[in-house]
Design a protein around this ligand. Structure first.
Ligand code: NI
Length: 171
């Protein structure tokens, strides 16, 4: 297991599109484990491979784990949204790659996702609420899209400048 360095905006690698994996082999499985460890350590509830500089369509999520709750990790390779609800919901989102910045983003409330899990099995799940938001946020990373890209140009610019500043201040 290893902690991976998390890239922060405006690192150009965060704007790149990630490529599909052929299958979840030992290398990808290890990547998922390292990403989970990195995410729990940050701490965060989701992490895409692009955020650790690996341009592969891999992401990990755990919205459950805290001091009281056991870990319930979800590992996905090549995730695809195969259905999204017409109803939208708004969550205040943050991102490990845009430190200490938060903003409301509107997204479909429920989505159905098809992906390859850590055992290289194809799975389909329907998710809603925070988990649906998190899946869509992480999938955006695979397209080189950050949550601030859903905001107005002015707001995005302001948040990225602030994020850069807080990066400089952190030791
Ligand atoms: Ni993010």
């Amino acid at each position: 297991m290893a902690l991976l360095p998390i890239l922060t905006a405006p690192d150009p690698r965060l704007k790149k599109k990630s490529l599909p994996v052929e299958k979840v082999d030992d290398e990808i499985k290890q990547l998922m484990k390292d990403m989970l460890e990195t995410m729990y350590d940050a701490p965060g509830i989701g992490l895409a491979a692009a955020q650790v500089g690996v341009l592969k369509r891999v992401l990990v999520i755990d919205i459950t784990k805290d001091e009281e709750n056991e870990a319930a990790p979800l590992c996905m390779a090549n995730p695809e949204i195969i259905w999204a609800s017409d109803e939208k919901t708004v969550y205040e989102e943050g991102c490990l790659s845009v430190p200490e910045q938060f903003a409301e983003v509107k997204r479909p409330e429920k989505v159905k996702v098809r992906f390859i899990d850590q055992e290289n099995e194809i799975r389909e799940i329907e998710v809603d609420g925070l988990l649906a938001t998190c899946v869509q946020h992480e999938m955006d990373h695979l397209e080189g899209v950050l949550f601030v890209d859903h905001l107005s140009t002015v707001k995005r610019g302001m948040m990225l400048r602030k994020a850069k500043k807080s990066k400089k201040l952190s030791m």
